[in-house]
Design a protein around this ligand. Sequence first.
Ligand SMILES: NC(=O)c1ccc[n+]([C@@H]2O[C@H](COP(=O)([O-])OP(=O)(O)OC[C@H]3O[C@@H](n4cnc5c(N)ncnc54)[C@H](O)[C@@H]3O)[C@@H](O)[C@H]2O)c1
Ligand SMILES: [Fe+2]
Length: 382
Amino acid sequence: MANRFVLNGVSYHGYGAIQAVSEEIKDHHFQKALVTSDPDLIKFGVTKKVTDLLDEAKIAYEVFSKIQPNPTIDNVKKGLEAFKNSGADCIVAIGGGSSMDTAKAIGIVAKNPEFSDIRSLEGAIVSPNGCVPILAIPTTAGTAAEVTINYVITDPEKKRKFVCVDPHDIPIIAFVDPDMMASMPAGLTAATGMDALTHAIEGYITAGAWELSDMFHLKAIEVIGRSLRGAVKNEKEGREGMALGQYIAGMGFSNVGLGIDHSMAHTLSAYYNTPHGKACAILLPPVMAFNADASGEKYREIARVLGVKDVDSMSPKEYRQAAIDAVAQLGKDVGIPDNLKDIVKPEDIPSLARDAIKDACTPGNPKPVTVEEIEALFRSLI
Ligand SMILES: NC(=O)c1ccc[n+]([C@@H]2O[C@H](COP(=O)([O-])OP(=O)(O)OC[C@H]3O[C@@H](n4cnc5c(N)ncnc54)[C@H](O)[C@@H]3O)[C@@H](O)[C@H]2O)c1
Ligand SMILES: [Fe+2]
C-alpha cells in the first residue's frame, strides 16, 4: 500500500514568525477568529504577544482560555460553545499541546456535529466535513501539535486519555516562533523538549517508519540533542533549535506513529495528571532498552547524531547501550528524574499496564509487547 504523508500548507519559522499572523488571516479573508489559549499564558502575557498584533491589524477575535493541561472533554465542549457564540470562521490556537489539541477538537466537532459527545472522536477517522481552519502558534517546544494530525483528550470520568487522528485537523498554517517559548521555565522547557526527543526516537523506530519519516526523525534527534541544554538555560540559539527540532519531529511522527513510551505516558497523565513530557522523558531510556533488539542498526545512528564518537567500530550491543546512555545523560543534564517513585502507586501498576496496552500508540511499537512486559517496565522504575 502507498504511504500517505500530511504536512501544513504553510509554516513560518524563527524569531518574528508571529508577525505574519494578521496578514495570513487577511489573505484568507477570515472575518473573525476564536483565539484558544490557557489561563497561564494569558497571565504571563504570552497570548497578548499575538492578540496585540490582531488589535493592530483590526482583526475581530474572541478569546477562549478555559483549557487545562491534559485538556478534558468538558474543555472541548465549553470551547465549542464559545466558538458557536462568537461567530468566528477560523481558530487561532496559541499554546502548548493542550491549547492546540483543544482547538483541533473544537474545529472538527464544529463542522461535524455527529461527534458532539467528543468520546466518539477517538481513533482514526476522516471527518466528512473537515475542520474549521486553524492557525497554530506553539508556545512550548514539544508536542508539535501545530504540524500533526493528532490530538489527545482526557476523559476524567473514565480516567483515560484518548488519541484522535484525523488528517483534517492539521492547522493550515503554523507560526513557530522561538520568542513565544522564551517565557517557559526551565522545568517545562526540559519536559516538553524531552517529549519532542521521544517523538523523534519513537517515530524513528516505529513499525511504520520508512525513508521519508526517517529523514525527519534523525534530523530532529540531532537538532534536539544539540539544542535542549541551551534552551533550558534560556539561550537564544537553544530556543531556536528546539522550536525547529520539535517541529521536524512532528512532521515525521504524525505520519507514522509512535510506540509504548507514549502509551505508558498517556496512562500516567490520566491517573496522576503527570505532565506529558515528564512522563515520556522518564520512560524513554527503559523503553529504548526494551526495544533495542527490534531496532536494527538505528541505535547506531541515534548515538552518532547525539555526538557519540566511534560508533562505526561498536558492536550492536555497544552502540545500543551508547544511544540509551546518551539519551539518559541528556535527561539527567536537564533535570529529569530517573524513576517514577514519586508518581506511581505500586497497587495501580496492573491497571496502568492494562490501559497502556490498549492505547492507540501501542501497535506502532517496533516489537510486540505483553501486559506483563509493560508491568515489568513500570515496576523497574519504582
Ligand atoms: N497533538 C499532538 O500531536 C500531541 C503530541 C504530543 C502530546 N500532545 C498532548 O499535548 C499536551 C501537552 O502539551 P504541552 O506539553 O505543550 O503543555 P501544555 O499545553 O499542557 O502546557 C503546560 C503548561 O505550560 C504552560 N506554558 C505553555 N507555554 C508556556 C510559555 N511559553 N511560558 C510559560 N508557560 C507556558 C501552560 O500555560 C500550561 O500551564 C498533552 O495533553 C499531550 O497529550 C499532543
Ligand atoms: Fe508526546
